[in-house]
Design a protein around this ligand. Structure first.
Ligand code: PMP
Length: 442
């Protein structure tokens, strides 16, 4: 067991925390000091049930011995080696394991260090492919309103969550957004895939009519997570796939959240029955024990770029830590755990119970929508009058102080526990959330 550190470090000033209300936090710090299985413990020793798998990433639960040992072993053998014009066996093995897991045809794997880097890498590969096949005029990228693809300039620009963009002014040029798929009037309290909204994919036809053959790629999350769990309407992704193929546009799925069992299959593509040309992943790839992301591409994309280059570097892109040995070791051990414990199967088996518990929230005053698929649920609250997001933040803090970790975005509370979750945990998660919504001011 790890030693518990002092409950409050001497100085909280130096760390400028990401995506945080620094001033609030530093006045009322909530510090996590240890993690194991389904739980965190605060620096003061309070047990916190992890309702969010960290940040949608510790899918196999915390502190998995198999993963930590693999990292320790690799650190002792070789700490680092470059993958520019050189290689090391463990990175190749990790890539092969990822390729075995991705949908048929997505067999080439480019390693990065995060979901943001995966998004930017995927966009750059798409542009490079269009150029390599003689379509250099295809420079436009299409994202979707309410989409989240990380914080790089590419991912931010194709992303569609207002506050993430408006502080920064300059965006990537030549970017358009499809409409989001949230149709509350028709689809409220829907279980799984909503009935209405497949037609929203047709907005791509309008963009093609406007921009002709200058669109390189469309990027979407199969299930939009960070915006508050938007499950794709029935037929929507199929229609997007059809239109992309028809118009020579690459379809990119951002599977940073939906990958590695989260929605009851290895990837969202598999569960939802639509295969993209390029897929990004991160988070669950290493169970978050070491940062790592990846981009998987079709042979067509890979071969056109690699074989189309006479001699020399084919893709002027890469990171010092692409395929880092420790991350590769963590990925191999994680994927082995996924297989051995059938984590996607476990998620699928728990889904009906989790879904019932999520939809029971409908009876809690102030809950205006519930959306779910696999082991992800979004519970939307009626915003507090004149103070959007304040109610959900209060709920988050109340839950934490009562031993449950949730995640909030806007006025939506998202739950996405590790895939090893058991029924009593599910009861506790939703029970505490219901108590919190009743307890905090409306
Ligand atoms: N894409 C999606 C769909 C995500 O959910 C996230 C993170 N929540 C990212 C990209 C960015 O990942 P990271 O924070 O590792 O850069």
């Amino acid at each position: 067991m790890n030693e518990i550190r002092p409950s409050r470090p001497n100085n909280l000033d130096a760390f400028w925390m990401p995506y945080s209300d620094n001033k609030y936090f530093k006045g009322t710090p909530r510090l996590l000091a240890r993690a194991e299985g389904m739980h965190y413990w605060t620096a003061d020793g309070q047990e916190i049930l992890d309702g969010t798998a960290g940040l949608w990433c510790c899918n196999a639960g915390h502190g998995r011995r198999e993963i930590t040992e693999a990292i320790q072993k690799q650190a002792a053998v070789m700490d680092f080696a470059p993958t520019f014009q050189l290689g090391h066996p463990i990175a190749f093995e990790a890539a092969s394991r990822v390729a075995e897991m991705t949908p048929e045809g997505l067999d080439h794997v480019f390693f990065v260090n995060s979901g943001s880097e995966a998004a930017d890498t995927a966009l750059k590969i798409a542009l490079a492919w269009q150029k390599a096949r003689g379509q250099a005029q295809r420079v436009r990228l299409v994202g979707r309103e309410r989409g989240y693809h990380g914080v790089g300039f590419g991912g931010m620009s194709v992303g569609g969550i207002g506050p993430n963009r408006k502080q920064f002014g300059a965006q990537l040029p030549y970017v358009d957004h499809l409409p989001h798929t949230h149709l509350p009037a028709q689809n409220r309290f829907c279980r799984g895939l909503p009935e209405h909204g497949a037609h929203l994919a047709d907005a791509l036809e309008n963009l093609v009519a406007l921009h002709g053959d200058t669109i390189a790629a469309v990027i979407v999350e199969p299930v939009a997570g960070s915006t508050g769990v938007l499950v794709p309407p029935k037929g929507y992704l199929e229609q997007l796939r059809k239109l992309c193929t028809k118009h020579g546009i690459l379809l990119i799925f951002d599977e940073v959240i939906t990958g590695f069992g989260r929605i009851g299959a290895n990837f969202g593509a598999e569960r939802l029955g639509v295969t993209p040309d390029i897929m990004t992943m991160a988070k669950g790839l290493t169970n978050a024990a070491v940062p790592m992301g990846a981009v998987a591409t079709s042979a067509e994309v890979h071969d056109t770029i690699v074989n189309g280059t006479p001699a020399g570097i084919e893709l002027f892109h890469g990171y010092t830590y692409s395929g880092h040995p420790l991350a590769s070791a963590a990925a191999i051990a994680t994927l082995e755990l996924h297989r051995a414990e059938d984590l996607p199967g476990r998620a699928r088996a728990m889904e009906p119970y989790f879904e019932d518990a999520a939809h029971a929230m409908r009876d809690v005053p102030g809950v205006i929508d519930v959306r779910n698929i696999g082991l992800v649920a979004g519970i939307e609250l009626e915003p507090r009058k004149g103070a959007p997001t304040a109610r959900a933040l209060d709920v988050f803090r109340w839950c934490f102080d009562h031993g449950v970790l949730t995640r909030v975005t806007g006025d939506i509370v998202a739950l996405s526990p590790p895939l090893i979750v058991e029924k009593p945990h599910v009861d506790r998660l939703f029970g505490t959330l219901a108590d919190a919504i009743r307890a905090v001011p409306a």
